[in-house]
Design a protein around this ligand. Structure first.
Ligand code: MLT
Length: 402
């Protein structure tokens, strides 16, 4: 008899955003769908920018001619895109990352979920609580609900910034600007983690999917701004939230060549080599046309359009943040991130608030407890809807006699 990976039986019955989607479906059968305002999953609403669309059209036309048609591309991504990423996202900001340290992919969800393939099962893995559910679920899939998964509580008391572990930790996931709390780490806070990782020979998996939302030039947009971070960190970046690629799918992961670890046979092994081996075996590359679209994000016009997109969503974040504060709610995030994390009004747990907000205001958000037990009593709203719907949502909440 064949066996299944029984670790899957230890997962919550469905992925957080699938559960919410089912609740929305039920709402829509009973109500007018047009009235619903979605501030739940962090999915963008603005269309792709004109420069990106034009690059996509040209790439599609190339695929129509036998002279320019492309079949399989390099699993790591085309040089035209890797070079631009290295030049603009890193060297342009004084960080030495070379193009061949960049692995283009179809989303940070895939890469943060798959990275465990190259890590030993005996590692103690630390995950913040609350957290983007992919880190937790992908580790449960691999390890089961094991004592090797350690939770780092992020609460109002520590400003939603995890404290350094006092026990052994081999791998830690950090996401800043943070999903779901919208909080940021300063350079000196991040430096503590880098120093800790170097001292303990631990690995930091740094998710920087929301770096474009940072408004203060002194806050780190990449972990590689920190000295020696290339010896202890892998960074994940995405085109989803800055350039609206949630439907198109493109991201990249930086695995520095300096990142090495001693294997049990005593050899020093490069994680870059392992990830390259993993990707070239299990992944056939991001579509050519999508990589051309991502390349267009780096043109001067593309950069300007991207900044405008981010500014648009940040205006929404401000509207939500200020509106909720004005309504007397306790609010975090939303200043350098597209997420607003609020404390549910007294007595309400996260799902009770979710149900009430849906029923009374016809607004969908995300219950904090869906991101982990420490999210209980909190609620996340996203800034990714349109200005009009965001204003309307805040108006409905303001008028609501909670
Ligand atoms: C979220 O809402 O947390 C994100 O949109 C999920 C994702 O990026 O996969």
């Amino acid at each position: 008899m064949f066996r299944i990976n029984e670790n899957y039986l230890q997962l919550n019955q469905s992925y957080l955003f699938s559960t919410i989607a089912k609740k929305i479906e039920a709402f829509n059968t009973a109500n007018l769908e047009s009235d619903l305002i979605r501030l739940g999953i962090g999915d963008v609403t603005l269309p792709l920018s004109p420069t990106v669309i034009s690059a996509l059209h040209s790439a599609v036309d190339e695929m129509a001619s036998s002279n320019t048609f492309r079949g399989y591309g390099p699993e790591q991504g085309y040089d035209f895109l890797r070079n631009k990423i290295a030049e603009i996202d890193f060297r342009g900001r004084g960080i030495e990352i070379s193009a061949d340290e960049i692995f283009v992919s179809d989303g940070s969800k895939s890469d943060t979920g798959n990275i465990g393939d190259i890590l030993g099962e005996e590692n103690v893995v630390a995950i913040t609580n609350p957290v983007y559910p992919v880190y937790m679920d992908s580790n449960i899939m691999r390890l089961g609900k094991s004592s090797n998964i350690l939770l780092l509580t992020c609460s109002k008391e520590n400003g939603f910034i995890p404290e350094l572990p006092t026990e052994r930790v081999d791998v830690v996931y950090l996401c800043f600007p943070n999903n779901p709390t919208g909080t940021v780490m300063t350079k000196s806070e991040l430096a503590k983690w880098v120093n800790w990782a170097l001292e303990n020979e631990s690995l930091i998996l740094f998710d920087a999917a929301y770096e474009a939302y940072i408004q203060d030039a002194n806050l780190p947009r990449s972990i590689f701004e920190l000295e020696n971070a290339k010896r202890c960190a892998i960074e994940f970046r995405s085109f989803s939230k800055n350039a609206g690629f949630t439907g198109l799918r493109c991201s990249y992961t930086v695995v520095p060549k300096e990142l090495k670890v001693r294997a049990s046979n005593g050899d020093m092994v490069s994680l870059h080599g392992l990830w390259n081996r993993r990707q070239s075996t299990k992944f056939n590359g991001t579509p050519y046309i999508v990589q051309r679209a991502a390349e267009a994000v780096y043109s001067p016009q593309g950069q300007q359009e991207t900044q405008e997109m981010v500014a648009y969503y940040m205006q929404n974040a401000t509207v939500i943040r200020e509106g909720l504060i004005g309504r007397g709610l306790t609010v975090f995030g939303g200043e350098h991130a597209p997420y607003i994390w609020l404390q549910c009004p007294t007595g309400l747990d996260s799902w009770a608030f979710f149900d009430l907000l849906l029923e009374k205001c016809h607004i969908v958000g995300t219950p904090g407890v869906g991101f982990g037990s420490a999210g209980e009593g909190y609620f996340r709203l996203t800034a990714f809807n349109t200005h009009e719907k965001t204003l309307e949502a805040v108006e409905r909440i303001t008028q609501w006699n909670i």
